[in-house]
Write a protein that binds this ligand. Structure first.
Ligand SMILES: O=C1O[C@H](COP(=O)(O)O)[C@@H](O)[C@H](O)[C@H]1O
Length: 258
């Protein structure tokens, strides 16, 4: 099933179309279940969600936040209020805005921060055993299947914290893996593995900026690059990309509007 690419000149249009797509999946999910199960990534995605789901007031009114269950596709092993935390970013961009508007917050599944900390309450340097315990504990909170997984694509083609050429690309024995050698700082993270992505009902990437055009050229090019984001495109799940025109400039892919 080839991925569908939705491309827009304006960043606000990327955010608004993504928001409409999320709303449609939320509506379908809530028609058959009491909660909408979504996984969110870090990086640039937080700003796009704020623009599309919070600042766009018509959209904001239709989002049933109280019925959302939010997990993170990857998380950096830092305190939740650290600037590198993916939860921290979502909190800053979305949760704090909901609080300011007195809107009931979604249920959010974070890492167990206490497992990060040493006896003095400070985040410790971590060990393989401690980090894999954080991963195992996070896996216990996952639903059997996400209605929607929102992903970013790094300039090296990584997604979640699955990096090009890394052994975790072949990890199938656990749903959440820990990594201590992330090429992008911080080095200690946990991440979804491919079985979680394969079990999802829908997956969407968001990629903006001319800086992504090179890697998108490889991902959508004729040659198999084996890049993590390209591997996600090959999963038997509907995969959509919401991109800025500059991110697909010169990329051999058909684009449309959502
Ligand atoms: O490190 C990470 O990077 C990716 C991509 O981020 P972006 O800023 O290039 O969109 C992100 O999806 C992931 O969650 C994050 O931990």
């Amino acid at each position: 099933m080839p991925a569908t690419v939705y491309s827009y000149a304006e960043s606000q249009d990327v955010a608004d179309s993504l928001a409409k797509y999320i709303l449609d999946i939320q509506t379908r999910a809530l028609a058959i279940a009491p909660t909408f199960k979504i996984a969110i990534s870090g990086g640039s995605l937080g700003k796009v969600l704020k623009k599309g789901l919070i600042d766009n007031e018509a959209m904001a009114r239709q989002i049933q936040w109280a019925k959302w269950e939010v997990s993170f596709s990857d998380e950096r092993l830092v305190a939740l209020d650290h600037e590198d935390s993916n939860y921290g970013l979502f909190n800053e961009m979305v949760l704090s805005a909901l609080k300011a508007k007195s809107i009931t917050a979604p249920k959010v599944y974070t890492i167990d921060e206490s497992l990060l900390k040493g006896e003095n309450g400070q985040v410790s340097e971590g060990t393989e055993a401690a980090d894999s315990q954080i991963a195992e504990q996070y896996a216990l909170q996952l639903p059997a299947s996400f209605d929607l997984v929102l992903l970013g694509c790094g300039p090296d083609g990584h997604t979640c914290s699955l990096f090009p050429g890394h052994a975790l690309l072949n990890e199938r024995s656990v749903k959440i893996a820990n990594i201590s050698d992330s090429p992008k700082p911080p080095p200690r993270r946990i991440t979804f593995t491919f079985p979680v992505l394969e079990a999802a009902k829908n997956i969407a990437f968001v990629a903006e900026g001319a800086g992504k055009a090179g890697i998108l050229g490889e991902i959508f090019g004729a040659k198999d690059s084996g890049l993590p984001s390209e591997q996600v495109n090959k999963i038997q799940v509907p995969v959509s990309w919401f991109v800025g025109d500059s991110a697909v400039a010169g990329v051999p892919v058909l684009t449309s509007k959502y």
